[in-house]
Design a protein around this ligand. Structure first.
Ligand SMILES: Nc1ncnc2c1ncn2[C@@H]1O[C@H](COP(=O)(O)OP(=O)(O)OP(=O)(O)O)[C@@H](O)[C@H]1O
Length: 377
């Protein structure tokens, strides 16, 4: 009998070993839905973890299970061709002699021949990724962003149970990135396919990830829901100059006269400029730490539209003169966490400390996903 608990229903990974001089020693769990970002600086081992999960790399010690299905444990090792994964790389490697339709169909036929059940249908993938106008084109006649959408479609049609994406946007310019991200968001929101997404771009992580595995030097520094990892002052995200927290919010109403939308986040109602869809639409908003000021009493007149009640949870010094303050929204601090970046002098003058009720003057509430996927082609 092994003295290990039965595998959790999510995704569970543990790899330990060497690649040349590099030592990898990681263990993490993630939900079996949504996007989990593997985030960390260049060379910290993100790609090696993906390759290990795909079965392309075999470390001295390894364990991997998804939804109770164990792919690797001890001497047991399921070979790469028997792992139900879709792999999307930095650069799409499409067959140049096949048109887009045949490229997409290639993955689908192979999976079905291998006995996979067709749970992701061709037409649905074409629709989801806006590929219908591209089907007759040769890969050489596609833009970089279009090629990546086709590569993604091909990966989805292999009927994977896990999608692995290794910096899929890093070879694209900014405009092409902006074009493709809404498709990735749509995929995340409509398929529910567990996805491991490697990136060292915090902007991509803020937009796409639900969960984050923060890596450094071959190890896992922390893992958890995005908002939790962003708002922990002991972790590097909260220490970055552009530290921010992304919150899940629901559209409550749009005021057409002023073109302002009211959103309900956990613990506060927030107002943001623009129209974000009908009431009930779920959106992500981003609040940057340097955009948040703290006041003890609600201001009587201010141009700042958002000043929700909050409680101070904790604070950490940033350099000699600044503080990063963690707040919980809501009069009792029952809501989501956000960060404020204030001077140490303000911290002292306001007599702030853990548990203190405050009002958070939020200068900017930005929608993280401003646009729906564009027209196809
Ligand atoms: N086959 C190998 N032999 C020796 N060293 C390797 C091998 N593969 C990767 N490495 C080293 O392992 C370390 C981790 O590489 P890895 O590609 O996993 O990092 P990463 O976080 O994905 O980096 P990047 O963001 O730059 O892609 C690097 O120092 C790399 O040089």
């Amino acid at each position: 009998m092994r003295d290990r608990a039965p595998p959790a229903l999510g995704l569970s990974a543990r790899f330990r070993g060497r690649l040349g001089d590099f030592r990898l020693d990681v263990a993490f769990e993630a939900p079996d839905r949504g996007v989990t970002a593997l985030f960390g600086p260049s060379g910290c081992g993100k790609t090696s973890v993906l390759r290990a999960i795909a079965g392309l790399e075999r470390f001295a010690e390894g364990y991997f299970a998804l939804g109770g299905d164990v792919w690797q444990e001890g001497a047991a090792f399921r070979p790469v061709h028997r792992r139900p994964i879709g792999y999307v790389f930095q650069e799409a490697s499409l067959f140049p002699h096949l048109d887009v339709r045949a490229n997409l169909d290639y993955g689908r036929r192979r999976a079905l021949r291998g006995g996979a059940r067709e749970s992701t249908r061709f037409d649905d993938v074409v629709d989801l990724l806006g590929l219908s106008r591209l089907l007759a084109r040769a890969p050489g006649a596609l833009s970089g962003g279009e090629r990546q959408r086709v590569a993604l479609g091909r990966a989805l049609l292999t009927q994977p149970r896990l999608l692995l994406m290794d910096e899929p946007l890093s070879a694209l310019d900014r405009l092409a990135k902006e074009e493709i991200i809404p498709y990735l968001e749509r995929l995340r929101d409509s398929l529910g396919l567990p996805t491991l997404y490697v990136s060292h771009d915090i902007g991509e992580v803020e937009r796409l990830a639900d969960h984050v595995v923060l890596m450094a030097a071959g190890r896992v520094a922390a893992a958890g829901p995005l908002g939790e990892i962003q708002s922990r002052p002991d972790l590097p995200l909260a220490r970055m100059p552009e530290a921010a927290v992304t919150l899940a919010a629901e559209v409550v109403a749009h005021d057409p006269d002023y073109d302002l939308t009211t959103l309900a986040a956990h613990g506060a109602r927030l107002i943001a400029p623009g129209a974000f869809g009908p009431p009930g639409s779920r959106r992500r908003v981003r609040i940057a730490a340097p955009d948040v000021a703290l006041v003890r009493d609600p201001p009587r007149a201010s141009s700042i539209l958002n000043c929700p009640a909050a409680r101070v949870i904790e604070a950490a010094p940033r350099g000699r003169g600044m503080m990063t303050v963690v707040l919980a929204l809501g009069a009792e601090g029952e809501g989501a966490r956000i960060l404020a970046r204030i001077t140490r002098r303000s911290w002292d003058h306001l007599g702030l400390g853990p548990g203190q009720p405050v009002f958070a003057q939020i200068k900017g509430v930005a929608l993280v996903s401003p646009s729906a996927p564009g027209e196809e082609g």
